[in-house]
Every structure is written in structure tokens, then in C-alpha cells.
Design a protein around this ligand. Structure first.
Ligand SMILES: Cc1ncc(COP(=O)(O)O)c(C=O)c1O
Length: 434
């Protein structure tokens, strides 16, 4: 806003001035257009109004922007599912036709299996077990790892509440640790300190597509089930997630690899866990371990598998485009303490989060500037009413609380044009200057 007020004329609608007098035979023959009439010596009426608007442009700018420049073009959206589909249109049509042409349960099942094999190969793992959602993948993997009632599972206080729901659905209790303020992923030392005799597993979360430091967690001797819901294709020191033997993915539409709706997968090198996971998602499973758990049959939908099969070959180029957007934002917004991956991490860049004290007001002003942003986690999980019975209090996890209070995510999807990305940068800068 300040830029407009100081450097160039306001670009909102010009204040209304009286319509020029319609040409009449009298003024047409006079040769003097009505607008050329000399102004009165003391400016009053519309002239004064125009000067007032100019003087107070800063105050009026958001309203002017709504009607003018910013909304003349479409708002830059946070997501663009349609552009993902357009990028894979032919493959998508072919894969969807295969599902619709299937004659039997076996043929549908085989299509799901094909995607599972493709995704396991992509992750460099022995097996992938498709599920209805990322939440189901986590729950089933935890059950397969032997987690059940009375156990504790350590995870991050900065996550989507589905991570905690999956733990609680096994009958276990989530134990939270505050994340590192830099990348908002768990710190191994904090996890180590939270271990008790009841700890049965650890769930590090690769938040925002950054990769948590998993290697020291694997050395603790407990099952580690990585929450890779936001981190498809991300690497740490050259190793693609999951870093350890087992990780769980979400294929919700917004994810770096998303389907048309919901889906998920467990990816693992642990053959025993893979077998138990297969049994845990089977409604007729009678394994004593899986019988301990409340469970829901959960398979990947063949239509989702078809969409994912069409999109998987594009994941590398989409990830590179997200990384390029992130690099531009990083250069533009270094002073906003962006949430950045640790050294050695190639993030999946699920989100680019900046930290702003008056975040909610800035978000509103950015929208008035024609750009949609997102507050991903307005309430930290430990303060969510869903988990009120856990007894967590305000102040228990200050890093997670600050992230929820100050985090604002900018549009990062792979199909942002350079012009759209520049509009995001300009809109945020203007919103910050007011
Ligand atoms: C960190 C994290 N964990 C788990 C999930 C759950 O995945 P889904 O929505 O597919 O159940 C999500 C999804 O948003 C997530 O972001």
C-alpha cells in the first residue's frame, strides 16, 4: 500500500467526478469542451473529494483494491487441483477408463495393487499397503507395530490432529514433544527425554514437507512409524522418506502427491509389519495382535489409485516447481522467519510458512490484495477440544503454540505462474507495510 501511495498513483477506481456535460449544439459550436472550463478559484465539491481520497489513500486502499486492480484479475488461489489434472489429462483418462472397464472385484483389486507396487518402487521400499486415508494408514501401521491399549506413543505437538487420532484409535495415549523452532519437526533429544516404560512407538512427523531427524530416533530401539503425510519425495542426506523402515502417507487432494479425494498408504521394508498390516485392515483378521485394536477395514479406492497412477510420474517435476516457488519466497521474505528445512533436507515443500505477529490482519489484507493464503493450524493439537481429556494446558508446548498463532502459508502449488508468484510477493509486502 505504501508503495502505491508514495510511488505511483492509486490504482483503485478513480473517485467519481461529475459527468461531462453532454455535447449540445451550444457547446459544440463554442469550440471549448466542457472539461476545459477553468476551475473555480477555491476548489470545492469533487475536486476536494479527490484530494481527500488521495491524501487518505492508505486508509481507503483495501476497499479501492477490492473494486479495482486486484480483483480485476482473478484471485491467486492457494490450490489448483484442476491444473494438476490438466497436466496429466491423457494418462488420467486412460487410467480412469481402466477402472470403469473392470469386470470383477479381482480386476479392481489388481489396479489398486499396481499403484501400491509403483509407489513402493518410488519410495525404494519392499511394500506399499494402500488405505482409505493417511489417518487409517497410521492407525493400521501402529497396530501392526504392536501398539494397543495402555501404551504411549511419542509424537510432535506441531501436527495435524489426525496423527493423534490415529494413535488414540489404537487405544494408546499420545505423548507430545515440542518441535524445533527452525523446521517445526521433533528434536531427537526431546523425544528421548519423553520415553517411559510404557512407550511403545515413536511417530515423527515430516511437517510442511521438511524431514525430521529420524536416524537418532531409530537408534532408540523402539518402532518408528514416520508420518510422511506431507512429505512425498522429500529426502534427508539423500535418503527419500521414510528414512527408517516404515512411513505412512496421505494422498488427500492437497498433498504433494494427491488423488481426487482421499487415500493413504503404509510403505515399509519390514515384511512382518506389512503382513500384520494386511491382516489389520482385513475385517476377518484373527491375529491376536490386531484383535486388540479397534479397527476399520481400509483399502485404497480404485478410482483414487487410478488418479495417483496417472500423477506419480509427475511428482519429481511438481516437487521441483514447488521448490522454485519456495526459493523465490525465501529470498523475498527472509525477515519473516520462514519455516525452513534442516541442512541436508530436500523438502517436499507441502507448504511455505512465514511467521507474522498480526497474522490474521495481514491475511485479510493479503486477500484484499487478491491472494488467498492459509492458516494451516490455528489451534495447536494440545489445545484442541478433541483432546480436552488429555489434560494439556496453554503453555505446555510454546513452540507449537507460537507456530499456530503466527504461521501463515503462502500459495506454493507447482502451477503458480511467475506472474502469480510475483503477485503473492507484492500483496504480502503491501499488507505488511500498512
Ligand atoms: C501431518 C498429517 N498427518 C496425518 C494426516 C491424515 O491424512 P488423511 O487426511 O489422509 O487422513 C494429515 C492430513 O492432512 C497430515 O497432514
Amino acid at each position: 500500500m505504501a508503495e502505491s501511495a508514495a510511488g505511483r498513483p492509486p490504482t483503485g477506481p478513480t473517485p467519481r467526478s461529475p459527468a461531462p456535460a453532454a455535447p449540445t449544439p451550444a457547446n459544440r459550436t463554442s469550440g471549448t469542451p466542457p472539461s476545459a472550463t477553468p476551475p473555480p478559484a477555491t476548489p470545492t465539491g469533487p475536486g476536494l473529494l479527490k484530494r481527500l481520497v488521495l491524501r487518505h489513500y492508505r486508509r481507503f486502499a483495501p476497499a479501492l483494491d477490492i473494486a479495482g486492480e486486484a480483483y480485476a484479475a482473478a484471485v491467486v488461489g492457494y490450490e489448483a487441483f484442476d491444473r494438476h489434472n490438466a497436466d496429466v489429462q491423457d494418462a488420467l483418462s486412460a487410467e480412469l477408463s481402466r477402472v470403469l472397464a473392470a469386470r470383477s472385484t479381482f480386476e479392481l483389486w489388481r489396479l489398486g495393487k499396481r499403484f501400491e507396487a509403483d509407489f513402493a518402487r518410488y519410495c525404494g521400499r519392499r511394500a506399499a499397503i494402500g488405505t482409505a486415508s493417511g489417518t487409517a494408514a497410521l492407525q493400521i501401521a501402529l497396530v501392526a507395530a504392536g501398539v494397543g491399549p495402555g501404551d504411549e506413543v511419542i509424537t510432535s505437538a506441531h501436527t495435524f490432529l489426525a496423527t493423534l487420532l490415529a494413535i488414540r484409535n489404537t487405544g494408546a495415549r499420545p505423548v507430545l514433544v515440542d518441535p524445533d523452532p527452525g523446521d517445526l519437526c521433533v528434536r531427537p533429544e526431546a523425544v528421548r527425554r519423553a520415553i517411559t516404560t510404557r512407550t511403545r512407538a515413536i511417530v515423527p512427523v515430516h511437517m510442511h514437507g521438511h524431514v525430521a531427524d529420524v536416524a537418532p530416533l531409530l537408534a532408540l530401539g523402539l518402532p518408528v512409524i514416520e508420518d510422511c503425510a506431507q512429505a512425498h519425495g522429500a529426502t534427508r542426506d539423500g535418503q527419500r522418506v521414510p528414512i527408517g523402515p516404515t512411513g505412512c502417507f496421505s494422498f488427500f487432494a492437497s498433498k504433494p502427491l494427491g488423488g481426487a479425494g482421499n487415500g493413504g498408504a503404509i510403505v515399509t521394508d519390514d515384511e512382518g509389519l506389512a503382513e500384520r498390516a494386511e491382516r489389520a485392515r482385513d475385517p476377518e483378521g484373527s491375529d491376536p495382535i490386531v484383535l486388540r485394536a479397534a479397527r476399520t477395514p481400509s483399502y485404497i479406492d480404485p478410482l483414487e489409485a487410478a488418479v495417483l497412477t496417472a500423477r506419480l510420474p509427475k511428482l519429481a517435476s511438481w516437487r521441483a516447481a514447488r521448490a522454485a516457488n519456495a526459493a523465490a519466497y525465501r529470498a523475498a521474505f527472509a525477515e519473516l522467519a520462514p519455516v525452513l528445512p534442516a541442512a541436508g533436507v530436500e523438502s517436499a515443500w507441502y507448504s511455505f510458512v512465514v511467521r507474522i505477529d498480526d497474522r490474521d490482519a495481514v491475511k485479510r489484507r493479503v486477500l484484499l490484495g487478491g491472494v488467498e493464503t492459509k492458516i494451516e493450524y490455528a489451534t495447536p493439537v494440545h489445545l484442541s477440544p478433541t483432546f480436552a481429556d488429555e489434560g494439556w494446558r496453554h503453555g505446555d508446548f510454546p513452540v507449537a503454540e507460537a507456530a499456530a498463532a503466527r504461521g501463515l502459508s503462502l500459495p506454493l502449488h507447482p502451477f503458480l505462474t511467475t506472474a502469480e508468484r510475483d503477485r503473492v510477493i507484492t500483496a504480502v509486502r503491501r499488507a505488511l507495510r500498512r
